[in-house]
Design a protein around this ligand. Structure first.
Ligand code: SAH
Length: 231
């Protein structure tokens, strides 16, 4: 049976890393010097076309060292922030990961190269629709997009080997702790006041208590929801 024309026309092959000098420069100038050493993270950042995840009018800025507006008052995170969060998750090939705040879909695309499966939750349906379209076009078929309040996690596929929250939370949402694999799961999350947070990694000890490590200061758009900020 013939494939529907839609699939034939839209599936594109990921660029070989060497084809885009800006992407290589991003890796060598923004990521390596700041301590991104995980070869799989570096490879994913060198392979996924970031320009594909920004509005067409901002394509030329795709590899700049900062966040970029993606509409709806949201942003695609700075490349370094995407890379450090991915590195802190310590994902394995066999991992199932949960991302809260799919936004443009770029972060989930990076994570999809490090794990078996990625569930990406986004509260703004229009953003998720665009993200899904991009994943499909790139042939990234191990990402599942879900519309909803990610502060509640996504219990259906729990427990997760890693959870990455890409919006700033006032506190650690308890549903996310409950959906973390108790043995080795890692939650990477920016927490703190609305306009300045600290990026933290959270694990559970053998008694199920939280063990948090702080990494760096950062500023994310707010995590809005039942266990986040009011919208
Ligand atoms: N990872 C994204 C970053 C997007 S910015 C990327 O690579 O582009 C953070 C996103 O979190 C925004 O799209 C925002 O709508 C979303 N968000 C905020 N609160 C949320 C919640 N409770 N559940 C799901 N998504 C949320």
């Amino acid at each position: 049976m013939e494939k529907p024309p839609d699939d034939q026309d839209h599936t594109m092959v990921l660029d070989p890393p060497a084809t885009r000098p800006e992407r290589q420069e991003m890796v060598s100038q923004q990521l390596r010097p700041r301590g991104i050493t995980d070869p799989k993270v570096l490879e994913a950042m060198a392979t996924i076309p970031r320009e594909f995840f920004v509005p067409p009018s901002l394509e030329r800025e795709a590899y700049l060292d900062g966040p970029i507006p993606i509409g709806e008052g949201q942003t695609i995170s700075q490349p370094y922030m995407v890379a450090i969060m991915a590195q802190l998750l310590q994902a394995k090939d066999t991992s199932t990961l949960l991302e809260i705040g799919a936004g443009s879909g770029y972060g989930a695309a990076i994570l999809s190269r490090l794990a078996t499966r990625v569930i990406a939750v986004e509260r703004i349906p229009r953003l998720l629709e665009q993200a899904r379209h991009r994943w499909h076009q790139l042939g990234l078929d191990n990402i599942e997009g879900v519309v909803g309040d990610g502060t509640l996690g996504h219990p259906l596929q729990a427990p997760y080997d890693g959870i990455c929250v890409t919006a700033g939370a006032p506190d650690i949402p308890t549903p996310l702790l409950r959906q973390l694999n108790p043995l080795h799961g890692r939650l990477v999350i920016p927490t703190g006041p609305r306009f300045s947070q600290v990026l933290q990694t959270v694990r559970l000890d053998s008694q199920g208590n939280m063990v948090a490590t702080s990494h760096l200061s950062c500023i994310f758009v707010p995590l809005i929801g039942q266990h986040g900020w009011e919208g």
